[in-house]
Structure formats: C-alpha cells, structure tokens
Design a protein around this ligand. Structure first.
Ligand code: NAP
Length: 234
C-alpha cells in the first residue's frame, strides 16, 4: 500500500534523492521546499519555507487531507552560512538555526499527531557529521545539527509506545549544491574520507528508505552516520 511520505527540502540534492527513492517504492511523496520544485513522480509539491510554522502546519494538513495519515516524515531542509564564530553575525546564526532546527521541529510536530493517532510512523531527521567532528566555521550549523540529535531522542521516548520511531541520519561530505562552493577544501576533506570518495545523494537516500521501512521497525533514537567512515576520526 502507498504510504504518505513528506520530504522537506526535496527540490534538489539529498532531499530530491530521498523523494525519488520513495516515488520508486510506489509511495505518495509530498515535497516541500521554498522553490516548490520537486522530482518527477511526486504526488504533490508545495512551496513552503520551513521557518514559518503556520506554512508547515498548513502544508502537512493539506497532505493529510488528500492522502491520509503521515507514514514517514523526512526532515531534510537545511542551509549553511559558514564563518568563524568571532565574526559570525546574528543573522548568520539565526538563519541557520531557524532553518535547520526550528524548521525541523515544526515539521516533526506537524506530522506527529497523525502518526500517534494511527499508532504508526517514522520520523527521520537529516543531521550531519559536523557536530561530531568539530568543523571550524560551522558553529551555527553544528549547533543546529547537534540539536537535532537531542530533539530526535526526546521525541523518540515521547512516542516510543505509540508505534512511532524517530531516528537521525548524519551524512558526511555529499556531492550537492551545498558542497560545490567548498573549492579546494573539498579535496582536503575528500582525502580524509577512509572510503576515499565523496558520497552521493543516493547513498543517503537508501539509508533513509531503510529506516522508514519495516525492517527497521525496532530502531528508534539512533544516529546513523552515512559518511564513508569520515567521523570515525584518525
Ligand atoms: P542543498 O542541495 O543545498 O539542498 C537544500 C534543500 O533544502 C533544497 O531543497 C532547498 O530547497 C531546501 N531548503 C533550504 N532552506 C529551506 C527553507 N527555509 N524552507 C524549505 N526548504 C528549504 O543541500 P543538501 O546537500 O541536499 O542538504 C540536504 C540536507 O542534508 C541538509 O539538511 C544538510 O544540512 C544535510 N547535509 C548535507 C551534507 C552535504 O555534504 N551535502 C552533509 C551533511 C548533511 P529550496 O532552495 O527550493 O528551498
């Protein structure tokens, strides 16, 4: 049976690969992003800024009205605005926290009630290895992505007896728009990856698909790194 899968930040990169994964599985994918662009085959594409809690609530309600309870919510929308902490502006800090953490909370909260009522569901937050490694220039991003782990684990315990799982996927360096601007730093980081290659969005999508599936039904509160070994340390 087709599931309702909500994917934020589905217009490109990792989110688009995740949306494509669920489309290929025959699910109803509702794609959310600021541009409203979505991969072919998505059941619905909505223009939503995840920092706006009302817009997120309305989008999730519209999805539920059309397709029934949310089975899977993949909380993926994210941005970076790197800079050394001493020179980081309030605006740089707030934009990254608002998108990566506030937006994640709004999306999870909007999806949870229908999952709890249905006594079934899976929430997957896309974090990063950045908070585990300590990446200079990413104080805002690392704080937001570390926050997702605490958020996921609190939620996981709140809904554990209701058939709802909450997990975190922490990608390493993945080949998307977000990493194209890294320039020479990208080669330096690639050299640190034990598996010797940058990851592809599909590497992350497969793991998200697994966590959303029946084979992962006994996994909750977990953090899965998808990073070719990058966060293991030297
Ligand atoms: P990307 O190619 O830059 O895509 C970011 C996505 O987020 C786009 O679909 C964008 O859509 C959406 N988005 C950004 N701000 C939004 C907002 N306020 N409201 C709604 N949608 C918004 O990035 P990516 O590499 O695929 O990253 C996806 C996730 O993986 C992010 O959470 C990122 O932090 C995480 N991650 C990425 C890497 C990596 O190496 N690439 C590593 C670790 C973790 P619109 O522009 O259309 O709104």
């Amino acid at each position: 049976m087709s599931r309702l899968v909500i994917v934020t930040g589905a217009s490109r990169g990792i989110g688009a690969a995740i949306a494509e994964f669920f489309v290929a599985a025959g699910d109803h994918v509702v794609a959310l992003s600021r541009s409203g662009v979505a991969p072919a085959g998505c059941a619905k594409s909505l223009t939503v800024d995840v920092t706006d809690s009302h817009a997120v609530n309305d989008a999730v309600k519209a999805a539920i009205a059309e397709f029934g309870p949310v089975d899977v919510a993949v909380v993926n929308a994210g941005v970076t605005r790197d800079g050394l902490a001493m020179r980081m502006s309030d605006e740089q800090w707030r934009e990254v926290l608002a998108t990566n953490l506030d937006g994640a909370f709004f999306t999870a909260r909007a999806s949870l009630a229908s999952m709890v009522r249905a006594r079934s569901g899976s929430i997957i937050f896309i974090s990063s290895v950045s908070p585990f490694m300590g990446v200079p220039g990413q104080a805002n991003y690392a704080a937001a992505k570390a926050g997702l782990v605490g958020l996921a684990r609190a939620l996981a315990k709140e809904v554990a007896t209701r058939g709802v799982t909450v997990n975190v996927v922490a990608p390493g360096l993945i080949d998307t728009d977000m990493t194209t601007d890294l320039g020479a730093a990208k080669d330096t980081m690639e050299a640190m990856i034990p598996m010797g290659r940058i990851g592809q969005p599909s590497d992350v999508a497969g793991v998200v698909g697994f966590l959303a599936g029946n084979q992962a039904r006994y996994i909750t509160g977990a953090v899965l790194c998808v990073d070719g070994g990058l966060a293991m340390g030297q």
